[in-house]
Design a binder for this molecule. Structure first.
Ligand SMILES: O=C(O)C[C@H]1NC(=O)NC1=O
Length: 245
């Protein structure tokens, strides 16, 4: 049996539930999903400032998951906040949903489009494309121009906008697949794939299957070199929780 910790880096319980259900829906029979979010931080992540705050909460959850002996960690925010820091802290694999969705998209299409929430977060997706080496795979990036938590307001407006944007991207971008650029869109991928007839990829479910694959292959985060555990030093104030026992 493997246990997969799925971290929603923002503190919105409704989005944590959406993400947890999406992870559960694809989890294998031997996988247990532990959906969590930081106890304090930012209710939604919509820029670099929010990401910096959220990263500390992600690291706190990574530490808890490591103490619980989980077999993998997923950072369920499209900016993959704190990903490399989390890999230093973790022993098990750590997968960000942006990298997971992008990798999956390259396996089923030559080029993909990204549909996310606020236009200002497109730069974060662009930076990740460069960092992961996928810039030439991404045909276009689109934003529905609604805040992240519009996905949880129950009106269905954000979901309708995501669908419209996907249809437009398929018509205009010349891409073969769509990557959904928000953890809160995780529940939309399967229905949109069926309706639109192209792969619409959610990073939460992609990451769950990647963690299961890594576990099955006996692969975990390398501690040889630059992802070794952090150097030991006396951390102060709110960061004392990270001091080695
Ligand atoms: O960047 C975004 O639009 C989405 C990103 N923000 C957030 O709170 N969860 C996310 O996946």
């Amino acid at each position: 049996r493997i246990r997969i910790q799925v971290i929603n880096p923002n503190t919105s319980q409704a989005m944590t539930n959406t993400i947890g259900l999406a992870a559960q829906a694809v989890a294998g029979p031997n996988s247990e999903i532990l959906a969590v979010c930081p106890s304090e931080g930012v209710p939604s992540i919509e820029g670099h400032f929010d990401e910096a705050i959220a990263a500390v909460g992600v690291l706190e959850q990574i530490k808890i998951g490591r103490e619980q002996g989980v077999d993998g960690h997923i950072i369920a925010c499209f900016g993959d906040p704190g990903l490399m820091a989390a890999r230093e802290l973790a022993r098990a694999p750590v997968i960000g949903i942006a990298e997971a969705a992008m990798h999956m998209a390259t396996l089923v299409s030559t080029r993909f489009s990204i549909v996310t929430t606020l236009p200002r977060t497109l730069i974060i997706a662009r930076h990740l494309l460069q960092l992961y080496g996928f810039s030439h795979h991404c045909a276009a990036l689109h934003a529905i121009d609604l805040p992240v938590l519009a996905l949880e307001d129950g009106s269905g407006m954000a979901q309708r906008k995501v669908r419209e944007r996907c249809i437009q991207a398929i018509k205009e971008d010349g891409s073969g697949a769509i990557v959904l650029g928000c953890g809160g869109m995780a529940d939309l991928a399967r229905a949109l794939t069926l309706e639109l007839g192209v792969p619409v990829i959610d990073g939460v479910s992609a990451a769950v299957k990647m963690v299961e694959s890594l576990a099955a292959l006996g692969l975990s985060t390398s501690k040889h070199g630059d992802l070794d555990y952090p150097e030991t030093k006396p951390l102060s104030g709110q960061f004392q929780i990270f001091n080695a026992e």
